[in-house]
Design a protein around this ligand. Structure first.
Ligand code: GLN
Length: 218
């Protein structure tokens, strides 16, 4: 839903997109700050009525099992799942990536998925060796410093999924070497790492471009 507004000269210009950050648990504030640098209106969201005011949503890093429970309690799981399935733009970092995956390995049995990404992720994949891990990655042609905190990685992708980044193959990377850590499918973007924690808003800009592209299609 994009409204128009007029600038000082009275020309009609597109209003900035409105992007929500799911604010049930996790690093909500950090995502709001990153989005605010990207010329959008960013706001925390926790009620179902608020979803219809948005052009896209960010599912933050945090704890996917807790967020899953809260999504059910706040009656957001089904509406958000349906919206994402219908093409609503969504970006998930870390726990957000887990929630957007269709299949999770090493999850809790009662953990619910929002879905939208035809991928299989392994929860706490890096955490089996080390809790956090940092590396520079090539993300669609740009070098990004990636911070992983008890992160998942992607173990399998369907043909519809574009792989945007993998962990470079180095001795320090151990089992993580070559693992897929950023993906896109249609209007859904996910990173196993946390760009919201490094003050580098390029991943958020990529998502904002996806949101702008999707609103222009309407
Ligand atoms: N391990 C967490 C989970 O399963 C994700 C960690 C994070 O978001 N930093 O949800």
């Amino acid at each position: 839903m994009r409204l128009t507004t007029s600038n000082k000269l009275g020309d009609m210009v597109a209003a900035p997109p409105v992007i929500g950050v799911l604010a049930l648990q996790g690093d909500v504030q950090e995502h709001l700050i990153s989005l605010a640098k990207c010329d959008v209106t960013a706001r925390p969201v926790r009620r179902v009525e608020e979803l219809d005011e948005l052009d896209g949503i960010v599912i933050p890093g945090g704890e996917s099992t807790t967020m899953s429970k809260l999504l059910v309690n706040f009656e957001l799981l089904e509406p958000l799942r349906a919206k994402i399935k219908a093409g609503f733009p969504a970006y998930g970092s870390c726990a957000g990536m887990i929630l957007l995956a269709e299949t999770v390995l090493d999850g809790r049995e009662d953990q619910e998925q929002l879905g939208g990404l035809d991928v299989t992720v392994r929860r706490n994949a890096f955490g089996r060796q080390i809790d956090s891990f940092e590396t520079d990655l090539d993300l669609a042609g740009e070098t990004v410093h990636a911070v992983f905190i008890r992160a998942p990685w992607v173990e399998a992708v369907s043909g519809e999924v574009e792989v945007l980044a993998t962990v470079p193959v180095t001795a320090e990377a151990g089992d993580a070497a070559g693992r897929i850590v950023a993906v896109r499918q249609g209007n859904v973007l996910a990173t196993a790492f946390h760009p919201e924690l490094t003050g580098d808003e390029r991943v958020h800009r990529l998502f904002v471009d996806m949101v702008r592209g999707s609103t222009e299609e309407k």
